[in-house]
Ligand binder design. Structure first.
Ligand code: FES
Length: 104
């Protein structure tokens, strides 16, 4: 089971921007890439450091600590030193609300 929870208003995250949230103890960054929202856990699987303040190249997010890259669409680790995916959360927009799907 899972459920969608409201995390932000669309006006908070214009295209090209990102915002950070804590939801039920999970640190999550939401990116707006060309009008589509992507939610990724703000945790690098290399060393559990914060991830989402890193540079974004297309859909590749570069960890600011040691440079591992992750796909914000899938969470997949794309380069060393990370080898394990990080979490991603399905996103939907309802009116001006951004909702993410959390596991129960
Ligand atoms: S903590 Fe992210 S690459 Fe090391």
């Amino acid at each position: 089971m899972s459920r969608f929870v409201s995390i932000a208003k669309t006006s908070e995250i214009p295209p090209g921007e990102r915002a950070f949230y804590e939801v039920e103890g999970i640190y999550i960054a939401v990116f707006n890439v060309g009008g589509t929202y992507y939610a990724i856990e703000d945790a690098c699987t290399h060393d559990d450091g914060p991830l989402a303040e890193g540079d974004l190249h297309g859909f590749e997010l570069e960890c600011p600590r040691h440079g591992a890259r992750f796909d914000i669409r899938t969470g997949d680790a794309l380069s060393m030193p990370a080898v394990t995916p990080t979490g991603v959360f399905p996103v939907k927009v309802d009116g001006d609300d951004i909702l993410i799907e959390l596991p129960d």
